[in-house]
Design a protein around this ligand. Structure first.
Ligand code: UDP
Length: 237
């Protein structure tokens, strides 16, 4: 399959067309961003590590019955994916309090949340990804009620699968964000799952092993992502 033209450049990933209209190349760049893209840096090897991590995790979800966009690894920092029609929403699930939930409600970081808290955000950097709910989706026509409830269901299903996977490797899945699209009338998990879009803590030390290291100006982000990959058994050669 041939990589053709750049279709979309996001904050950390780029999508390219291929010679097949239903297939795209999803490239993970070395960029890292925070503050809705106002702060951007480059970290050597990050694109490669996240590509491998994303492929590994999406494959696990796929095997457990979640339909994902991934087809096959294309290069060290890119993967062939289905060409989805993306829904402009972020589906967040939280097993422990962190990030914006702590800020919004004043709850102590790390407080276990049972059952997990589900949040929905509208993707719009200019408006700082505002929180919305199912009523907004209906009014503004972002996604049908049926597909929205399917996406919510898959978010909870993914949490069950991944919480177990990470916990077996000594990691706590604190929270994560998913994005979905439609392909041939079916709801498909798109975008990525990586320590850029999830919070992962070491079970024993509660050390952060995710993008919060960057958000909080701490060192050792690449080493932490590599450690996550090593614990999962992802081949980084
Ligand atoms: N998240 C993300 N992209 C966003 C916003 C959040 O991937 O645009 C992820 C984030 O990494 C975390 C989860 O979603 O794992 C919940 O994020 P939160 O709402 O706490 O916002 P943040 O603290 O990242 O601003």
């Amino acid at each position: 399959m041939r990589k053709m033209i750049e279709l979309y450049r996001g904050k950390t990933k780029t999508l390219y067309s291929t010679d097949e209209p239903d297939v795209l190349v999803l490239e993970f760049r070395d960029d890292i961003s925070a503050l809705d893209g106002k702060r951007v840096d480059q970290l050597n090897r990050k694109g490669f590590i996240n590509n491998k991590l994303n492929y590994f995790i999406m494959s696990k979800l796929q095997k457990a019955g979640v339909q994902t966009q991934i087809k096959e690894l294309y290069s060290h920092d890119s993967t062939l994916v289905k060409n989805l029609k993306m829904v402009p929403l972020e589906f967040v699930l939280r097993n422990r309090a962190a990030g914006s939930l702590v800020k919004r409600l004043g709850i102590k970081e790390g407080t276990p949340l049972s059952p997990p808290v589900f949040d929905l955000f509208f993707k719009n950097d200019g408006k700082h990804d505002p929180m919305v709910n199912s009523s907004y989706c209906k009014t503004f026509g972002w996604v049908s009620e049926h597909d929205l409830s399917r996406m919510r269901e898959i978010t909870f299903q993914s949490n069950d699968i991944l919480s177990t996977l990470f916990s077996e490797r000594g990691l706590i899945l604190v929270d994560f964000k998913l994005e979905f699209g439609i392909f041939q009338n079916e709801v498909i998990l798109g975008d990525e799952f990586s320590p850029d879009s999830a919070r992962l803590w070491d079970q024993k030390t509660l050390n952060k092993m995710d993008k919060d290291l960057y958000r909080q100006n701490q060192v050792g982000l690449i080493e932490a992502y590599e450690e996550v990959a090593n614990r999962l058994g992802v081949n980084l050669n």
